[in-house]
Design a protein around this ligand. Structure first.
Ligand SMILES: Nc1ncnc2c1ncn2[C@@H]1O[C@H](COP(=O)(O)OP(=O)(O)O)[C@@H](O)[C@H]1O
Ligand SMILES: [Mg+2]
Length: 404
């Protein structure tokens, strides 16, 4: 439902609903993002679909030409493939010149020096910053992001915290120091000093990152949907992603299991189907209580409007609206403290005596009321063991302390 009618005059309704799709490469992120966007548009929502994955395939999926700025795809839908190189030049030019000079002076040729000034995986970060500007524009009810594969996307999660640190501690001090020391340093040292342009780039970048983080952390409007195929390795990566998203306070509101073989798959694939059904059980146990949306392996590639609409029908047929928040609370939280860490988990409707805990490597298996939940612990907890647990008001708290 359009919230402008639901809550007339409410300022909050001006904030667009933002949905990020991520998952391992090839699982169907782009297709599912495009299918969702088409469905939102068909429901009358002004929708913007942005691809921030440097390996763009959104234009192929939609069968239209796309550029870095929004282009109309159909009624209520515009889409763009953000050019990370262009964004990088816009935001990072000062730093790049300075670092390039520095490395060139150390004997590196100019082209390698320029390449080295961009940490790997950062391309997407610059692309994601376009989100901030579209978010603020007031033109959109829904913004959907087709993100890079999980690994890269997750690496970005810690950047805003680093940025905040830079902005609060390093930048002001460095600025003052540089102003005082630059004339002397210039004559004594043989390295080029960072100029005002460098600091202003870093400052701008940090501010942008923090703003982007605030958009994504606003769990009333933003959520992530993890796309996966029913394969053990793909699911394991999605479970790790889920843990990190929870850890950093980002809401995941649904998981999408794509490419599930249908029942009438025939003898050749029947073993595969049985295996996939087992994997689906694992998905339910790992992501509970999130809704698990299933999609069949279609008999054709999902390309163009017709197939994307079919995918959208199958995906949201049983659900309210494609842009609804399908689950509204973060179900796991890991809080570190002086002695170790506490994992907080929502397990409704269980009885204390029914809860069991077992740890296998980095996987924590919780059994409650006959159900199993597998949680992938972050590697930082590798040296810790669960030492106590409490269960109250539907919340299980597990305390970890360092194993000596
Ligand atoms: N449910 C499906 N049935 C059949 N083909 C699919 C399905 N989902 C995706 N595909 C195809 O799989 C390929 C990869 O999908 P894509 O959405 O580009 O994945 P990703 O963005 O995760 O890399 C594409 O050729 C797409 O058409
Ligand atoms: Mg893709």
């Amino acid at each position: 439902m359009d919230c402008r009618f639901e809550h007339p005059g409410s300022f909050d309704c001006l904030t667009p609903r933002t949905i990020l799709y991520t998952g391992k490469g090839g699982v169907g992120k782009t297709s599912v993002a495009a299918a969702t966007a088409l469905r939102c548009a068909a429901a009358g929502r002004r929708t913007l679909l942005l691809s921030t994955d440097p390996a763009h395939s959104l234009a192929d999926s939609l069968q239209t030409e796309l550029g870095p700025d929004p282009t109309t795809v159909t009624t209520n839908l515009e889409a763009a493939q953000i050019d990370s190189q262009h964004e990088l030049e816009r935001h990072w030019h000062g730093v790049q010149e300075w670092l390039g000079d520095l490395l060139a002076q150390r004997g590196l040729d100019r082209i390698s020096a320029t390449e080295l000034t961009v940490p790997p995986g950062v391309d997407e970060l610059f692309s994601m910053m376009r989100l901030r500007e579209h978010h603020a524009a007031g033109n959109w009810d829904v913004i959907i992001l087709d993100c890079a594969p999980t690994g890269e996307t997750l690496r970005l999660l810690s950047f805003p915290e680093a940025a905040r640190w830079w902005l609060e501690r390093v930048v002001p001090v460095e600025r003052a120091l540089m102003a005082a020391a630059a004339p002397l340093a210039r004559t004594v040292l043989d390295i080029p000093l960072p100029t005002g342009a460098v600091f202003s780039d870093i400052q701008q970048l940090s501010a942008n990152l923090i703003a982007m983080d605030q958009i994504l952390r606003d769990t009333r409007h933003s959520s992530v949907r993890l796309v996966m195929a029913p394969d053990r390795m793909v699911i394991a990566e999605a479970m790790r992603a889920f843990t990190y998203l929870n850890l950093y306070g980002y809401l995941t509101d649904a998981v999408v299991v794509n490419k599930v073989f249908p029942e009438d798959v025939g003898a050749y694939f029947s073993g595969w189907r049985a295996h996939q059904q087992e994997q689906l059980e694992l998905v339910r146990s790992a992501f509970e209580p999130l809704p698990v949306l299933e999609l069949p392996y279609f008999d054709r590639e999902v390309i163009g409007g017709e197939m994307l609409e079919l995918m959208g029908d199958r995906l949201f047929g049983g659900v309210a609206a494609p842009d609804a928040t399908l689950h509204d609370t973060i179900t796991q939280a890991i809080v570190s403290n002086q002695d170790g860490a506490t994992l907080r988990l929502t397990i409704p409707f269980a009885r204390k005596q029914e809860i069991g805990l077992r740890q296998v490597g980095l996987e924590l298996i919780v059994t409650a009321a006959g159900r199993r939940r597998s949680i992938m612990l972050p590697p930082t907890l590798a040296a810790y063991k669960p030492t106590s647990a409490t269960y109250e008001d539907g919340t299980l708290e597990v305390s970890f302390t360092r194993a000596s």
